[in-house]
Design a protein around this ligand. Structure first.
Ligand code: HXC
Length: 257
């Protein structure tokens, strides 16, 4: 499929999606949303792909939802099309998705990064929810996901002042998992994704589902869920292979990859 706003490639077992609207700092319009969801669903269905990386340019991961598209929007347009709801499809992807963020990740860009499973940031990354400066508020999860990830005080600070957070602060408060030099970002993200893709895919998908469950439920329920899923893993060939390989001091050859 030919895409207009993203570049879609595979590197070994990793699917790589690069936002490609340099003239608008990768602002997210409806076409980007449609194309991103289509590309992710293709990777989800492709047995040769075990993990996905979503990235932008060195200057901008994405500078937000497309303000020029939204400028003339009316309430009835936004309500009837359930504006932004289409992005939720991203959170139904069961394979792991890493956001590799350099430059600006603002508004919808920050929210897109937070919809991924974890964020690797370049040293020049800047995160923010500046919607308040435009007379609105976050609409793609910023008030909810950011609060769960970094806590109320910092989320309030970001959403109410619209200020940006640099990569060091983002790592300190747990928004990103690691910070790397700008020039190493793609390699580090592809390396992490490649490692994940070398493991048993059902085990990876179950682990992703279990971590995500912790945001949806109580600790007691989450622990019970984890234990039940863990028990079910003893039905996987890959459990047997992984543990046998360890005992035999060899590299496992997982069947379900
Ligand atoms: C549309 C955008 C854009 C955006 C940048 N551009 N951000 N177009 N939507 N979100 C365009 C600019 O208009 C300009 O094009 C080109 O990209 C380069 O941007 P500059 O501003 O010239 O670059 P620079 O001076 O380096 O400043 C970078 C920046 C600034 C600090 C990131 O662009 C900026 O503040 N952008 C908006 C960030 C923002 O407010 N994001 C939140 C959006 S709302 P032209 O052709 O004009 O030169 C959102 C959720 C909405 O995400 C939820 C509410 C319902």
């Amino acid at each position: 499929m030919a895409y207009e706003t993203i570049i879609v490639e595979t590197r070994a077992r990793v699917g790589l999606i690069t936002l490609n609207r340099p003239q608008a700092l990768n602002a997210l319009n409806t076409t980007v949303m449609r194309e991103m969801v289509a590309a992710l669903e293709d990777f989800e269905a492709d047995a040769a792909v075990g993990a996905i990386v979503v990235t932008g340019s060195e200057k901008a991961f994405a500078a937000g939802a497309d303000i020029k598209q939204m400028q003339q929007m009316s309430y009835i347009d936004a309500y009837m099309e359930d504006f932004f709801a289409g992005w939720e499809a991203m959170t139904r992807i069961r394979k792991p998705i890493i956001a590799a963020v350099a430059g600006y990740a603002l508004g919808g860009g920050c929210e897109l990064a937070m919809m991924c499973d974890f964020i690797i940031a370049a040293e020049n990354a800047k995160f923010g929810q500046p919607e308040i400066t435009l007379g609105v508020m976050p609409g793609m999860g910023g008030s909810q996901r950011l609060t769960r990830f970094v806590g109320k005080s910092k989320a309030m600070d970001m959403c109410l002042t619209g200020r940006m957070m640099d990569a060091a602060e983002a790592e300190r408060c747990g928004l990103v998992s690691r910070v790397v030099p700008v020039g190493d970002l793609h390699e580090e993200a592809l390396k992490a994704a490649g490692k994940i893709a070398s493991f048993s895919l059902p085990a990876v998908m179950m682990a992703k589902e279990a971590v995500n469950r912790s945001y949806e439920t109580t600790l007691a329920e989450g622990l019970r869920y984890e234990r039940r899923v863990f028990h079910s893993m003893f039905a996987l060939d890959d459990q047997s292979e992984g543990m046998t390989a360890f005992v035999e001091k060899r590299t496992p050859n997982f069947r379900h990859r």
